[in-house]
Design a protein. Structure first.
Length: 285
């Protein structure tokens, strides 16, 4: 991966990786990463920056500084902070005078961004404190490696991985579970979501979480509004929709990958929860 020096920005080597393939070769068209960058030890403070038809997600892994939108107040940016660039405003941002910050950025485009904003992403123009673990740090490096490969399918994988990383940031943010002290329930729902690609085993899930089956059912119903089996099916069908839209896998392959041995049963479930057959859903995408 290319590293180069630009002493106007940082005293350390920086990495910038552009999208290396034609967009027409990508299958995950709802979200495209245009470029990614890592600016360790950034010292440059930028003013009057604009973004046209593009969004950028910025993660500060170390150091501190400020972020300001138009003529608004300067917001503090500390270690493990996220903020966004987006079309319209003028941005002023960077480390404090005489200081630095370590910056990762991901420039993206596509309608998927609107889905984020409508459902779970933090408000544009604000600074979001997040928590990060080794697994998430590894995802960041994998995104860089996938983008650097120059292989279309890897650019698609990078986009999906970025969405996963950003969602984890939101789910694990210090204020994400404010007002809800039942961390065990949150972990339980997470464990269920991790079982999408295998037959659902309620007994094993109960054993791993040291709870009874009745507790499992009661907890899922309380937090999701659905009975246990329906909730699991809905999760799997939601994943099936993504696979149908972003891959060429056959219906039989998709059903099998999600733990359904009977493709006809899977098709009936899909139509029940989506309203159309899998074939029609893919055709009308």
């Amino acid at each position: 991966m290319t590293r180069y020096m630009d002493y106007r920005i940082s005293t350390k080597p920086i990495r910038i990786v552009d999208l290396k393939v034609d967009k027409s070769k990508l299958k995950h068209t709802s979200l495209t990463i245009l470029d990614v960058g890592h600016l360790p030890g950034r010292t440059y403070y930028r003013t009057d920056a604009r973004f046209v038809n593009k969004w950028a997600i910025v993660y500060i892994s170390d150091g501190s500084g400020t972020y300001r939108v138009d003529d608004g107040e300067k917001q503090r940016v500390n270690k493990n902070s996220l903020f966004l660039f987006y079309p319209g405003p003028v941005f002023h941002f960077g480390p404090d005078p005489g200081g630095y910050w370590d910056e990762y950025y991901f420039t993206v485009e596509g309608p998927r961004i609107r889905d984020w904003l409508d459902t779970w992403l933090f408000e544009p123009g604000t600074v979001k404190a997040v928590e990060i673990d080794d697994a998430q740090k590894s995802k960041i490096e994998r995104i860089f490696m996938l983008m650097d490969s120059g292989v279309p399918v890897n650019a698609d994988r990078a986009a999906l991985l970025l969405e996963s990383l950003l969602f984890e940031f939101m789910a694990n943010a210090p204020d994400a579970a404010k007002g809800d002290n039942n961390e065990a329930a949150i972990q339980l729902l997470y464990d269920i979501s991790e079982s999408l690609y295998r037959p659902f085993d309620a007994a094993k899930l109960c054993q791993n979480n040291h709870i009874s089956l009745s507790t499992l059912k009661r907890t899922v119903s309380k937090y999701t509004g659905y009975p246990l089996n329906e909730y699991v099916h809905r999760l799997k069908i939601a994943e099936a929709k993504n696979i149908l839209l972003n891959s060429g896998k056959t219906l039989k392959e998709i059903a099998a990958s999600l733990g359904y041995k009977d493709v006809f049963y899977f098709s009936r479930l899909f139509k029940k929860y989506v309203g159309v057959s899998p074939k029609l859903f893919r055709t009308n995408k």
